[in-house]
Design a protein around this ligand. Structure first.
Ligand code: BGC
Length: 781
């Protein structure tokens, strides 16, 4: 587990001083670079030691059979797993006959710095080989936001004392040996040698490998080009075989002499294009990157990020760790989605192979809200990916005897990858989550082309699903039975409140959107009767309520179940799913992750203030947070319910999930939803931001520890900055036409000329509810 001292607390960088081999797997995730298309884990340049070597191309996966002990109708037959593609980061070094390997010799210094403004990972180290040669190595790596096929490394080696003969091998390596993974079943299956060679090439300083995955038949190409600068006598040679292409550079360095290598790597893949086409594609991308040059790429990267931070930065005064963590979070969420371009945003981004590289509802409910106000183009692309997968979702619905589209619970290519119905397709809410993301994006951008070409189809097909999945009872009430809500410790429940409320919004929005787009509606075969049925279902949606307790039920009958024996559960028995049978979890009151509490955030207007507080008090002692998706949701409602310190504790849990490796699985990849949840806890929690219709509303409230919270967001062509102190909120329009907002229900118009400052009313502070034994969040001092 990473202890916090692994990283220095600095506002714009993540700095690791010293190399801790035991936390190498975690730091490889934390130092991963990606643009949403290409992902490189933070492996050391020389490849070893490593926790998990990882180079990923979004969408490149292998398929494998899903085994079942007993057959059943409609079970997905094949699963998908992200694969480790050709590694272009490897730069091995031989120092006077001895490999530069930090496990041997003497390491005098080792520092890695993730620069959140520069978008680079820098490494500097000084090392003496077992034979006594001292060298200094400095490398800088980036995965380009501006040229999505490109990653690059600038590598320098310098002699410190005496003359040193060095050999640098810059490589492309396919089918790297991976460590065998054991333990947590959620960890990805490591696939052995998934790539069949098709072409290899090494001429001068250019290298290329083209491979194809065996069963999924995806063609993957990687090419590299180099600029080498060294003292007289420096020579180069290149060679290639099926799985390796290598440039070898030999040089003799006197003290102070440097050998410098600029390596550009381009990647491409395709399920349909021919070998020459994909091969040419990586050559072309490389030509563009070479024309920019290393410094050009570095400058473009910074300019891209300057622009991002101007739109998106969050400033926190009073807690430097949270300040750093929220920027790390924003950076990694951007990396996960920036250039995904009609591919999924996986739960781990492209930082590791956890969850087999699958995307879940995490994308729409946690990641896209942040990106909507900071990088909206990425949201449109992520939703277009969902649209592209509609054929598979329609087939799945038809297979289940349903109408419309049943989007998969977990997937890479759009087909259902979950072999476990109760926490798989039964979590139908993913359909409404997609609809929610569509609505928010359209409300925030008024992107009419997207609404017409993508939004209508997604809303219609998801509404059809709900209408066919649910039914009206003899009183006319509409029920959605036998589904799993966000809490995976309850399954196949009737009328899950979150699902029903989200489906209700989905149905109404579909009925509204077809009125605005009659042509599209006609193309999709929607008639007046169908949309009237959606409205009827929405209006009659049943929301279960326990009158005796005065609380909303997570699902019908939930509050009648026996309460889990929390006092009899030991600390080492969490997460419960690894220690207790699901059947027992399912029939007790025990909650894996925010469910009704999430409903109170997402469908805020349905619940009055009193119920928000009462419901929160009821569900809090039952919620064990065995999912990293929970704390941020609890933070948001804890603020509303008047528990500011508890909200602060939850914010810290979400924010430090990976930096402190709280779930002990950061090595498998980052928890992208929890990172996005850091923004959610700050902006929607302490900022009290809700987007209602086309208007932003704020009910800000700071925890004692913060003296100031400021954030910027974009909406409808405006850029708004919100600055909050204990007593005042100031709204400043930085760009765009006058903007209407609400501050504690008071309507205001913010104009470019005049920031508006408003008082923050005193908070009603309520005694905070307790959590299950051993599952209280760390109390942040
Ligand atoms: C959570 C899901 C989530 C998945 C991927 C699970 O543990 O319960 O809600 O989608 O992880 O992050």
């Amino acid at each position: 587990m990473i202890t916090h001292s692994s990283y220095a607390v600095e506002p714009w960088t993540l700095r690791e001083t010293g190399l801790k081999l035991d936390v190498l797997p975690q730091s490889e995730s934390v130092f991963a670079l990606s643009n949403g298309h290409v992902g490189w884990r933070g492996n050391l340049d020389e490849g070893e030691p490593h926790g998990l070597p990882g180079s990923y191309l979004n969408g490149v996966h292998e398929v494998h059979p899903l085994p079942y002990a007993e057959a059943g109708y409609g079970y997905p037959e094949s699963g998908q797993t992200v694969i480790n593609v050709t590694n272009g980061k490897i730069i091995r070094l031989l120092v006077d006959d001895e490999p530069f390997d930090l496990r041997y010799g003497r390491l005098h210094s080792h520092e890695r710095v993730l620069d959140l403004r520069g978008g680079t990972l820098e490494r500097t180290c000084e090392w003496t080989s077992p034979a006594g040669c001292t060298i200094r190595v400095r490398s800088t790596r980036l995965v380009s936001f501006t040229q999505r096929a490109i990653a690059a490394v600038c590598y320098e080696v310098e002699a410190v004392e005496g003359e040193v003969r060095v050999v640098v091998q810059s490589e492309l390596v396919a089918n790297e040996q991976l460590p065998t993974m054991v333990g947590d079943p959620r960890t990805a299956v490591a696939l052995e040698s998934p790539l069949d060679p098709e072409e290899h090439f090494a001429v001068g300083r250019r290298l290329k490998l083209v491979h194809r995955t065996r069963t999924s038949e995806l063609r993957v190409a990687a090419a590299a080009d180099h600029v080498v600068t060294g003292p007289d006598g420096t020579s180069t040679d290149s060679e290639s075989v099926d799985d390796t292409a290598r440039l070898t550079i030999t040089s003799v360095l006197s003290p102070g002499n440097k050998l410098r290598l600029e390596k550009m790597v381009s990647y491409g893949w395709s399920a349909t294009r021919s070998l020459p086409a994909v091969s040419d594609q990586v050559d072309a991308a490389l030509a563009a990157a070479t024309a920019s040059g290393w410094q050009g790429l570095v400058d473009e990267q910074r300019a891209y990020l300057d622009d991002f931070w101007a739109r998106s930065d969050v400033e926190v005064d009073g807690d430097e760790e949270i300040q750093q963590a929220v920027r790390v979070a924003l950076f990694h969420v951007l990396q996960a989605g920036a250039r995904a371009e009609q591919r999924a945003i996986p739960a781990k981004g492209l930082t590791g192979s956890g969850y087999d590289g699958h995307a879940f509802w995490d994308t729409e409910i946690f990641v896209l809200p942040l990106l909507t106000y900071t990088a909206p183009g990425a949201v449109a692309e992520a939703l277009r990916w969902r649209q592209n997968t509609l054929p598979a979702a329609r087939d799945r619905a038809a297979q289940l005897g349903l109408q419309g589209a049943a989007f998969p619970w977990r997937t890479i290519d759009g087909s259902e990858g979950s072999a476990y119905w109760p926490a798989g397709t039964a979590a139908f809410h993913v359909n409404a989550d997609i609809a929610d993301a569509v609505l928010r994006y359209v409300a925030a951008t008024q992107d009419e082309v997207f609404e017409r070409d993508t939004g209508v189809e997604l809303l219609v097909e998801t509404a059809r699903l709900w209408r066919s999945l649910g039914h009206h009872d003899h009183h006319g009430k509409f029920h959605i039975d036998g589904v799993t809500g966000p809490d995976e410790y309850s399954a196949i429940a009737n009328d899950n409140t979150y699902t029903n409320l989200m489906a209700r919004t989905n149905l109404l929005a579909a009925a509204d959107i077809v009125e605005r787009h009659p042509h599209r509606a006609a193309e999709l075969g929607v008639d007046d009767e169908e949309s009237a049925n959606w409205r009827d279902a929405a209006d009659a949606m049943h929301i279960p309520y326990n009158h005796e307790l005065g609380v909303h039920e997570q699902a019908s009958g939930f509050t009648r179940y026996q309460v889990w024996d929390f006092d009899g559960t030991r600390a080492d028995q969490y997460p419960l799913l690894l220690h207790f049978p699901y059947f027992d979890l399912y029939r007790k009151q025990v909650i894996k992750q925010a469910d009704l509490v999430l409903a109170m955030y997402k469908c805020s207007e349905y619940f009055d203030e009193e119920h928000k507080a009462r419901n929160f008090d009821y569900y809090e002692p039952l919620t064990v947070r065995d999912s990293s998706l929970s704390a941020c949701c609890q933070a948001v409602i804890a603020v509303e319910a008047g528990h500011l310190h508890l909200a602060y504790d939850y914010l810290a849990e979400a924010a430090l999930m990976d930096l402190e490796d709280l779930e002990k699985n950061t090595k498998d990849g980052l928890h992208i939803a929890s990172l996005a949840g850091t923004w959610m806890a700050l902006v929607a929690g302490f900022g009290g931001m809700r987007h209602v219709g086309d208007m932003l509303e704020f009910t800000p409230r700071l925890p004692e520890k913060f003296s100031r919270l400021a954030f910027t967001m974009e909406l409808l062509g405006r850029r708004l900055r919100v600055e909050i102190t204990a007593a005042t909120a100031t709204y400043t329009l930085i760009a765009g036409a006058p903007m209407r907002i609400r501050h504690y229900r008071t309507p205001l118009t913010v104009t470019l000329e005049r920031p508006l400052s408003q008082d923050i009313p005193a908070a009603t502070v309520r005694p905070a509810p307790d959590q299950p034994a051993h599952r209280r969040p760390n109390h942040r001092k």
